[in-house]
Ligand binder design. Structure first.
Ligand code: MF3
Ligand code: CO
Length: 260
């Protein structure tokens, strides 16, 4: 069942999305070699609470963190830990913030210091594939058109798409219908229409698309241990137009100044 949002609810979605984006903007300041992922998680939790939000991931079906931590071969749903970031790592931070009853969901994959050309290309392509999905997310078209756009963009460039995890609708709950796979056929699935809030989140592997879930029951990594990247935005369909409610501007503003 897809919950269509009223204009009043859309205003609340906007605010939740702004807070999740500001949270990842704050995280951008802290990512560097030597920092533990546990420390990043603590900073994120305090930032969200200080700004009147609630960290939706924390305690969700027993998940132990505010942030999902995705270092190198971790695809999604890694736990914060005493792992210390190293120069050359990539780290995806995926988090959901609830504000006044509505959720915003966002993910960004960051470079830790200098990273290899290969990892840079993987991250760039994954981010671009998110925007290819957004371009295809046009009212009147179908979810399959979005899925196909993401898949085609990545596979043409030699990367593979994780199939077991999908994007999703969002609102009062962090996961609502519809499911938004990152692969599939054009012209299938629900029609995109006013009132929908949707999360598009490509998870893209450098090697094969196969994944394994670790014994903790959550951490999803590539089977071949090659790197994986992940970017996510929350979108809304309002007055016949698609609006991206989250933004990478806060993050990219920090990254721009960080190395000068
Ligand atoms: N953006 C992630 C997702 O859509 C958030 C997961 S939160 C967790 O799956 F608690 F489930 F880890
Ligand atoms: Co999501």
């Amino acid at each position: 069942m897809i919950y269509l949002k009223t204009p009043q609810e859309m205003e609340l979605m906007r605010k939740a999305c702004d807070l999740v984006s500001r949270t990842l903007g704050e995280m951008a300041r802290w990512i560097s070699p030597g920092v533990t992922t546990h420390k990043l998680d603590t900073i994120a939790r305090e930032f969200i609470l200080d700004n009147g939000g609630r960290p939706s991931c924390l305690g969700y079906q027993g998940f132990p963190g505010t942030l999902c931590i995705e270092v190198n071969e971790t695809v999604v749903h890694g736990f914060p830990s005493n792992y210390t970031l190293r120069e050359g790592d990539i780290i995806g931070l995926d988090t959901v913030v609830e504000l006044d009853g509505y959720n915003g969901d966002q993910c960004y994959t960051f470079a830790v210091g200098e990273i290899s050309e290969e990892k840079m290309a993987l991250c760039r392509t994954t981010k671009e594939s998110l925007y290819a999905g957004i371009e295809a997310c046009v009212p009147g078209k179908r979810i399959g058109d979005v899925s196909n756009a993401v898949q085609t963009y990545c596979e043409k460039r030699g990367y593979s798409i994780v199939r077991e995890m999908c994007g999703h609708g969002i609102g009062k709950r962090m996961h609502e219908d519809p499911e938004i796979p990152n692969y599939g056929r054009r012209g299938i699935g629900p029609i995109i229409r006013d009132g929908m809030c949707l999360c598009i989140e490509p998870m893209v592997n450098m090697g094969s698309r196969n994944i394994v879930i670790e014994h903790d029951g959550w951490t999803c990594r590539t089977r071949d241990r090659q790197p994986s990247a992940h970017y996510e935005h929350t979108l809304a369909i309002i007055d016949g137009k698609t609006e991206v409610l989250t933004t990478f501007d806060y993050i990219e503003e920090v990254l721009k100044d960080k190395f000068i």
